[in-house]
Design a protein around this ligand. Structure first.
Ligand SMILES: NC(=O)c1ccc[n+]([C@@H]2O[C@H](COP(=O)([O-])OP(=O)(O)OC[C@H]3O[C@@H](n4cnc5c(N)ncnc54)[C@H](O)[C@@H]3O)[C@@H](O)[C@H]2O)c1
Length: 284
């Protein structure tokens, strides 16, 4: 079954980027948010990103307008009934994700593939609430989705090889490079990235180095485009904390435990770039 119509649930940082990538590749793309105001914000984010692409000569005005024309918004999951593939990118919370997938399973046609963009949660726990566990997998993009070329495909113990093959083909058509991971917390990349980011936060928390020196040290000494504290702000401190909690739960290894400073910042509403404040200030 060919994938023609794509759905994206959640139009936050990741969902908006994923929707943009799909629309730019020619897919009719439907995005869902919990209310009209957040939906409008998400759609504006897509528009803004396409405009930046035009300014940077990465796409023409015509391509940007065409891509935007393929994006539709809704606040009703029932509208996903005609989708061939739905990628869920809602908040990193298992209960919320399970509720979304249970509803999607009831709404979508039998051939449709359901996918989650979770960074860390057990995918099988979402697949298990549907009647299509063989057609359920992780399709994990990286931030910012329009720029980063990698997509991790995550095969659970119930995902069929055919579903993985279809997802691999889809990922290629949107111009990304797939790698295959198993359904274990953190998959491949976050298993390596998260302990590194948490170590940088601990270093800062211990008072041994300033945030600027930590970030400058990694950029100049390791050649990374971004330092770990700026990257944590970019990822979202709430998302980083949720992911670290899941990794710690799965492996019980101290280097996955979120440092108290990260938890305090999230409790204070400092979510990083998306809230205007994290390790750095971003204004409104
Ligand atoms: N931020 C990253 O670097 C990154 C990278 C890869 C994957 N992810 C994963 O992507 C997912 C989303 O992360 P994000 O950074 O975009 O978070 P975000 O906070 O920017 O966006 C989450 C969105 O989900 C929406 N939402 C919440 N409940 C919903 C529901 N029931 N139905 C529809 N929408 C709902 C929220 O309104 C919000 O707009 C998480 O699973 C996260 O782990 C994040």
């Amino acid at each position: 079954m060919a994938i023609e119509r794509v759905g994206v649930v959640g139009c936050g940082q990741m969902g908006s980027g994923i929707a943009e990538v799909c629309a730019r590749a020619g897919y009719d793309t439907l995005v869902h948010e919990i209310n009209d105001e957040i939906l409008a914000k998400g759609v504006d984010r897509i528009r803004g990103s396409l405009e930046r692409g035009v300014k940077a000569s990465k796409l023409s005005r015509e391509q940007a307008d065409e891509a935007f024309g393929r994006i539709h918004g809704t606040t009703h999951l029932e509208d996903f009934a005609d989708r061939d593939l739905v990628i869920e990118a809602v908040t990193e919370n298992l209960d919320i994700k399970r509720t979304v997938h249970r509803t999607l399973d009831g709404v979508c046609r039998p051939h449709a593939i359901l996918a989650t963009n979770t960074s860390s949660l057990p995918i099988i726990e979402m697949a298990a609430v549907t009647r299509r566990p063989a057609q359920f997998l992780g399709i994990h993009f990286f931030i910012p989705a329009p720029v980063m070329p990698l997509v991790e495909l995550v095969q659970t113990i119930t995902t069929s090889d055919e579903t993985v093959a279809q997802a691999r083909e889809f990922v290629r058509t949107i111009g990304k490079r797939p790698i295959l991971a198993k359904d274990i917390a953190g998959f491949i990349v976050n298993r390596l990235l998260v302990p590194y980011l948490l170590s940088a936060i601990r270093l800062h928390e211990s008072g041994l180095a300033s945030r600027e020196d930590i970030d400058e040290g990694v950029k100049l000494g390791l050649g990374h485009p971004m330092g770990p504290l700026a990257l944590s702000d970019y990822v979202g401190l709430d998302t980083l904390m949720y992911v670290a909690d899941v990794l710690y739960d799965e492996f019980r290894e101290p280097h996955y435990a979120p440092p108290p400073l990260l938890r305090r910042m999230v409790q204070a509403g400092y979510y990083g770039r998306k809230s205007g404040k994290g390790f750095y200030d971003y204004g409104k």
